[in-house]
Design a protein around this ligand. Sequence first.
Ligand SMILES: [Zn+2]
Ligand SMILES: [Zn+2]
Length: 253
Amino acid sequence: MRLRVLGCAGGSAPGALLSCYLVDEVLAVDAGALTTALDFTAQRRVQDVLLTHGHLDHVWTLPLFLANRFGGPPVPCRIHGSSYTLETVRSHLFNDRIWPDFTEAVRESVPLVQFLPLDPGDTRPILDFEITSIPLVHAVPSQAYLVRRGRRSLMICGDTYATDPMWNAANAADDLAAVLVECSFPSRYDGLAKASLHLTPRLLALELKKLKRDVPVLVTHIKPEDHHEVVAELTALHDPRVRVLRQAEVLDV
Ligand SMILES: [Zn+2]
Ligand SMILES: [Zn+2]
């Protein structure tokens, strides 16, 4: 699988794009940078979008992305997420107030947008992938996705605090190639991380004890303001699996 990091910042700042990953050009995970990182041609190649949760930094380009597909030949898009997340974006983004409700849009008898629930514990074939959703611990329901194609799988984490199911699922995946995990704040903000249900390097170190696999752990969702401090703390963990994800990088996993 080819993973393109469209955005991996945990906050908005000049040049820092928000959480958004593209697998094999056709499957997106989160929508923090679909329209800010991809040109129109690349946007139209995306067929399915998995949402980890409904927080704005993970969904904000979705309405604009769908609007961009209305010109030219119809290109349907399927949006997957937990029932809670889909209800959130339908009620609070596509509500005919913030943005038009595209859910009824049909072109040449093709529905342009479909919202398909993928709840924690569900496994479903999507395109050539097998996708499993795993519950996380966050201020709103959030989930990780185990994305498998052929005999390779990739764990892509949404926002989370300390959790067990994701690490259990990672340990159980014999074909696991890498884990993407969030680490939002420096460790001096452990209290804020606990209150907002995110991770810091100190908390992540405890999480990594649960991972029994020798695979790359790609850290994402670092707050831009504290990026250098978080990276220094992650380096000081001396865990050879840990590496900070970089915006716009492409990884073959
Ligand atoms: Zn969040
Ligand atoms: Zn976030």
